[in-house]
Design a protein around this ligand. Structure first.
Ligand code: NAP
Length: 231
């Protein structure tokens, strides 16, 4: 970790299935988690539920999203695409320079009434690239966790899926790959530049379509690479 990065992880929009699932796995791995929400009370209730599910000593608290940003500089954004830009605009003053923003947003067509098995075109190329345009200067955006099923994360079994991590900042990407590897069953793959997040986001729509068709919980595995690719 770079010297300025604290080890508490704030999950913005952490009250939904994606944020809750990641929080559960990370508190079980010993990380300290802040659940962020538009409503502090909801955040605290969800934090209490996660603590109950994880273990009594689990370090998890709940705060309004802005307070969560002020309390951490390792931020994970798990909100629907339709709320991403507005929320980032609101939170901009609370995000400190040197922070890492991990974006897991998938621009599903469902957010405009379309199918969850299709994605929307995003002017910037991807939801993560949109986020990169909206954060304050000096904040690194890392795209990750798009292909992990929240349903599997909320369980106890290892998650049979790789996490492709994309960023224009290699040091921040390394921190996020370490975080991904804390989830049992997950291998983290260096996915290169942030622009590759467009492809990773779209893979989620494919996985959702496969889940609907075959009634399962599909994940992805990237095979055939040397072991360094998974570090
Ligand atoms: N679910 C999955 O399996 C999965 C897997 C990988 C990636 N993702 C991606 O991760 C993101 C979150 O997924 P999810 O299933 O957890 O979504 P969700 O339940 O629809 O939303 C998560 C949280 O975001 C907040 N939120 C909702 N609408 C908002 C808005 N307009 N503005 C600001 N905050 C808003 C809500 O928290 P408060 O009301 O408490 O503020 C909500 O609990 C999505 O972009 C999704 O595509 C999901």
């Amino acid at each position: 970790m770079s010297p300025g990065v604290t080890r508490s992880i704030a999950i913005l929009g952490g009250t939904g299935p994606a944020g809750t699932g990641l929080a559960l796995r990370w508190v079980r791995a010993g990380e300290s988690i802040i659940i962020g929400s538009r409503d502090a009370q909801r955040a605290q209730q969800v934090a209490a539920t996660i603590k109950q599910k994880a273990h009594a000593q689990a370090s998890v608290s709940g705060m309004e999203n802005g307070a969560a940003c002020a309390a951490s500089n390792l931020l994970v954004l798990t909100v629907p695409f339709e709320g991403q830009a507005t929320l980032l605009k609101q939170l901009k003053p609370a995000i400190s320079e040197g922070s890492i923003l991990v974006d897991a947003t998938v621009p599903l067509a469902a957010c405009v009434g379309g199918r969850a098995s299709r994605t929307l075109g995003v002017w910037q190329g991807s939801a993560a690239q949109q986020a990169a345009e909206m954060v304050p200067k000096g904040v690194s955006v890392v795209a990750a966790f798009h292909n992990l099923s929240a349903e599997l994360l909320s369980g106890d079994a290892p998650v049979d899926c790789d996490v492709v991590v994309c960023s224009d900042d290699p040091a921040s990407a390394q921190i996020v790959r370490e975080l991904a590897r804390k989830i049992p069953g997950v291998r983290a793959v260096d996915g290169g530049k942030l622009e590759n997040s467009r492809i990773v986001e779209q893979m989620t729509a494919l996985l959702i379509g496969l889940n609907i068709r075959h009634k399962g919980h599909a994940g992805v595995r990237i095979t055939g690479l040397p072991s360094e690719a998974y570090r």
